[in-house]
Design a protein around this ligand. Structure first.
Ligand SMILES: NC(=O)C1=CN([C@@H]2O[C@H](COP(=O)(O)OP(=O)(O)OC[C@H]3O[C@@H](n4cnc5c(N)ncnc54)[C@H](O)[C@@H]3O)[C@@H](O)[C@H]2O)C=CC1
Ligand SMILES: CC(C)CC(=O)C(=O)O
Ligand SMILES: [Mg+2]
Length: 372
């Protein structure tokens, strides 16, 4: 049976990078004999322009009827002044909530030779391999908001709410992930100020009792923001609430050389997941064919692994990215001098080619079949 993949390119560079993700999935289908059914949907600003809502019901239904979702990015200046319900970003928040995707996994790994693309010294970057496990469907992005006009001027509120059960499930996910890695969890909060963080910390301490083999530390978010770039190899699994995770994961781009290198998986309890790069729609470079597609391609690898259980194909994709980078190919964000850079499409072609060269370990002759 073909795996059903909902493809939501979105806005800005979204369509450019998603094209490369789909290209790589096609190469995986050819090399490994898997079948993928790609079904495209509208999301974000483009959906607002065409049908008047950032997340059309048919897109939500398409996702619900799929095994996984591949998303590009949403948003752009064109929609920045829209009211809250008509902002492209609202689609992402609703998708995550509606699909129950509470666990956002954002790994940051340093590929060989990429130290030169980071502004940090090579000795600081040694051993970088961390994952931010971000709570994705609670916290301040989802609390009640208000905007009112008072005599002295306008007043706006956002509310940060967390239930104990919401904290517990993401923290357990982080500890489980740590068990498969270097067994170290850093829980990040602002417990010196926020009541929600005090609850967070007490839940983390309780859950930690079930994981005596995993080392736990607590860190305040302001300190963590500094330690992530001061001594990144200290970190293995960082677990934190929604907004802190959003910010800290963008910061890890400094470790990998570019935000165009950071993939993500948004998961719930089952195998279904939504896969997207950590970055946004990058309106400043949209339409130029220069965006780095690696974050999206590595998100595809995460899809193959988490949603489909195609471990070898996932590794083949990661290895393909590694080999293209090792051969010296870079998109403009990673090339010190722009004229040495290759474009989005060429980078994707090279990764797809490398995937096709991969020989599956239990290679049998398999039919070439991509369902469209
Ligand atoms: N998941 C999503 O769809 C997200 C959407 N956004 C939206 O994206 C829009 C732009 O937001 P920004 O704050 O500018 O963040 P951004 O992540 O889109 O861009 C930040 C900087 O990184 C660069 N960049 C991002 N991705 C890149 C790639 N693949 N290759 C090379 N360079 C890349 C951009 O050119 C820009 O200079 C906003 O409307 C924002 O709301 C922001 C974050 C996440
Ligand atoms: C709603 C999104 C735009 C928030 C974000 O920046 C992200 O999830 O990375
Ligand atoms: Mg973000």
């Amino acid at each position: 049976m073909a795996k059903k993949i909902a493809v939501l390119p979105g806005d800005g560079i979204g369509p450019e990078i998603v094209d490369e993700g789909v290209k790589v999935l096609r190469a995986v289908a050819e090399s490994f004999g898997y079948r993928f059914a790609f079904r495209f949907g509208m999301v974000g600003g483009g959906a607002i322009d065409r049908v008047g809502t950032p997340l059309p019901q048919e897109t939500l239904d398409l996702c619900r009827d799929s095994d996984a979702v591949l998303l590009g990015a949403v948003g752009g200046p064109r929609w920045d002044d829209n009211p809250p319900e008509l902002r492209p970003e609202k689609a992402l928040l609703s998708l995550r909530k509606e699909l129950g995707l509470f666990a956002n996994l954002r790994p940051a790994m340093l590929f060989e030779g990429m130290e030169q693309s980071s502004t940090l010294r090579p000795e600081v970057l040694k051993g970088v391999d961390l994952i931010v496990v971000r709570e994705l469907t609670g916290g301040i992005y989802f609390g009640e908001k208000s905007r009112e006009r008072l005599e002295e001027g306008e007043r706006a509120t956002d509310t940060l709410v967390y239930h104990e059960w919401e904290i517990e499930r993401i923290v357990r996910r982080a500890f489980d992930i740590a068990r498969g890695r270097r067994k170290r969890v850093t829980s990040v909060d602002k417990a010196n100020v926020l009541e929600s963080s005090r609850l967070w910390r007490s839940v983390v301490n309780r859950v930690a009792e079930d994981y005596p083999d995993v080392e736990l530390e607590h860190m305040l978010v302001d300190n963590c923001a500094m330690q992530v770039v001061r001594k990144p190899s200290h970190f293995d699994v960082i677990v934190t609430e929604n907004m802190f995770g959003d910010i800290l994961s963008d910061e890890t781009a400094i470790l990998t050389g570019s935000i165009g290198m950071l993939p993500s998986a948004s998961l719930g309890d089952g195998s279904f997941g939504l896969y997207e790069p950590v970055h946004g729609s990058a309106p400043d470079i949209a339409g130029q064919g220069v965006a780095n597609p690696v974050a999206t391609i590595l998100s595809v690898a995460m899809m193959l692994r988490h949603s489909f259980g195609y471990e070898e194909a996932a590794r083949a994709v990661e290895q393909a990215v590694r080999s293209v980078l090792a051969a010296g190919y870079r998109t403009a964000d990673l090339a010190p001098s722009g004229d040495l850079a290759i474009g989005t499409e060429e980078f994707g072609d090279r990764v797809a080619e490398a995937v096709r060269r991969h020989v599956p370990s239990s290679s049998t002759t398999v039919p070439l079949e991509i369902v469209l």
